[in-house]
Design a protein around this ligand. Structure first.
Ligand code: HEM
Length: 151
């Protein structure tokens, strides 16, 4: 049964990270400002709901596995005592940061949809998406290590 949860967790991870990667690269590679604005204007709201959905699924399925494998106790151990604890606590810290940044990013996006953004809003919005992008790569690394240890 926990296999099904892991399956859904990995499916959600591919959708969440794949979606983020695609939109991030669209921003980099669509050079025409008009075309870029159009793309974000039309795709933006759908993308926001799509990503929020998969992040929620990740948190639910991840939490279920966390409970199933009884991982709460390993969190307090340091890296010499438990590699599992180290990987899990780092992954959770990154996930927490990503969730926080996603909320900030989305609230700016919803507030300024089809409107002009202030300079500060632009910096926070771009900075948060850049950080989400890199933290995701880290999460994937910790997730892979977790699998080695738990399997
Ligand atoms: C952005 C959020 C997350 C992403 C992208 C993510 C990604 C992944 C991926 C790709 C795997 C599979 C690794 C592999 O098979 O090599 C995995 C496994 C796992 N995740 Fe997550 N995860 C996220 C959030 C969470 C959260 C919030 C928790 C716990 C509260 C969690 C707990 C776990 C556990 C325990 C496993 C290992 C299960 C096993 O190997 O049997 N994850 N995660």
């Amino acid at each position: 049964m926990i296999d099904v949860v892991l399956y859904i967790h990995i499916l959600a991870a591919t959708a969440w990270i794949g979606g983020a990667l695609l939109l991030f690269l669209l921003g980099v590679f669509i050079k025409d400002i008009e075309a870029q604005q159009q793309t974000y204007e039309h795709l933006g709201p759908f993308y926001g709901y799509f990503e929020s959905f998969w992040l929620t699924i990740l948190l639910i399925t991840g939490g279920t596995m966390f409970y199933h494998f009884n991982l709460i106790d390993v969190l307090t151990l340091d890296v010499n005592e438990s590699r599992l604890g180290y990987m899990m606590s780092h992954k959770l810290f990154y996930v927490g940061t990503i969730t926080f940044l996603t909320i900030i990013h989305m609230s700016i996006a919803l507030k300024t949809h089809k409107k002009e953004r202030s300079k500060l809003q632009k910096i926070i919005s771009r900075g948060s998406s850049l950080m989400i992008f890199f933290l995701n790569l880290g999460i994937l690394w910790f997730a892979m290590q977790l699998r080695y240890i738990l399997s």
